[in-house]
Structure formats: C-alpha cells, structure tokens
Unconditional design. Structure first.
Length: 110
C-alpha cells in the first residue's frame, strides 16, 4: 500500500476504528484478500480517495483471512467488498470491483 492515509483494520481494532467512529466521519472499509486479484485493482482507487478526502473520511482495508469474525459479522461473502459505515452502522455495501464514483456515492461525497 503506498498511501499512508489508508488504514489497516484488524479484528483487534475494528470495534474502535469503525463501530465506535463518529457520525461526522464516514468510514469506508474494503474487505480484501492478498490472493484476490480484483482487490489489488481496487486499491489505487481506495488510496486516491483516502488522499483526496483526508480528514473528512476514514478509509481502510481489512484482510478477510486475518479477521474472520469481522468478515462474517458484516456478511462479506466475496472480495473485494466495500462497506460504508456512519456512526458505526452500515449504510451502503458494494460487492466486487467498483468505481471511484460509486465509492464516493457510498460515502455521500459524490
């Protein structure tokens, strides 16, 4: 990952970073896997959003292999899957490879 603005969510920090996040800062979690090619295709888009909206949105990835409970709890069945949270609640889910425009719309930034 080349952008320092993309956080790494884990089983250990998911509750604090995502569920307990402020209502005023939307959170984009991209559920990924190192073995899935589509995840690496989505990463540059995610990094650009994290850089462009630094301080306005929290953006991060979560490796499903290292966080099976968070993955299951959020109903993720394929990777990549992008989920937007606001105030700890899921507000939008987009499975598969998607566009910058869709991700921004999920975060109400488009």
């Amino acid at each position: 990952m080349s952008s320092s603005n993309v956080l790494t969510f884990t089983e250990q920090n998911f509750e604090q970073e995502v569920v307990q996040a402020s209502w005023f800062v939307p959170v984009l979690v991209v559920f990924t896997a190192t073995w899935a090619g589509r995840c690496s295709e989505l990463l540059p888009i995610v990094e650009k959003i994290a850089d462009d909206y630094q301080g306005k949105v929290k953006v991060g990835t979560l490796d499903i292999d290292g966080a099976p409970e968070a993955t299951q709890r959020n109903g993720v069945k394929s990777v990549p899957t992008s989920i937007a949270f606001r105030g700890g609640s899921k507000v939008s889910i987009e499975p598969g490879l998607t566009s910058r425009e869709v991700l921004l719309s999920m975060l109400c930034l488009a």
